[in-house]
Design a protein around this ligand. Sequence first.
Ligand code: ACO
Length: 159
Amino acid sequence: MTSRVSFASLTPHNLGTLRKLNSVLFPISYSDRFYTDILKPEVDDFCKLVYYNDVPVGTICCRIEDKDNEHRLYLMTMGVLAPYRSRGIGSQAIEQIIDAARSHTQTKINKIYLHVQISNVEAKKFYEKHGFKEVGVHENYYKKIVPRDAWIMELVNEQ
Ligand code: ACO
């Protein structure tokens, strides 16, 4: 049976759908800059709308950062609408991004990292299932939501 989960590249035409999903999924409102940057061709492999049976149900958005001669992928946002959770959709989305990072030929991606609010134990477990490890706590990471602290989670790309 073919997978019912699929991914779409972001375009100016489906950006409104992504914005709407993000507004439901996350307690933070993202800037216009966020929505401009995710349309850039260099992050096409790492910013996707997630479909389940052709219905848009999730989003995953990353940026590439260059620091200390390393290229890192920062997972900014990832979410699946509540009624569609625990069906493996999020797992397929994160594995798609991990695979894309491993096979990225333009630059070697050394690691993928992200922040998780310290109240979001389930999301932390989700990332741990996919090989991420907690490497620290960023105090006062969130300015407008409580708790303010975030776990920093990281997956080193061994290849
Ligand atoms: N409901 C169900 N499972 C959850 C939830 C939740 N609210 N949050 C995390 N999980 C974990 C559980 O460990 C679960 O395991 P189980 O199914 O054995 O109980 C596992 O995720 C489910 O795996 P999938 O079905 O592959 O993932 P799913 O499609 O449910 O997506 C996700 C996981 C993206 C974390 C989703 O729960 C979600 O959108 N949560 C709300 C938004 C969020 O917290 N996003 C991450 C914030 S951090 C960041 O964006 C960088």
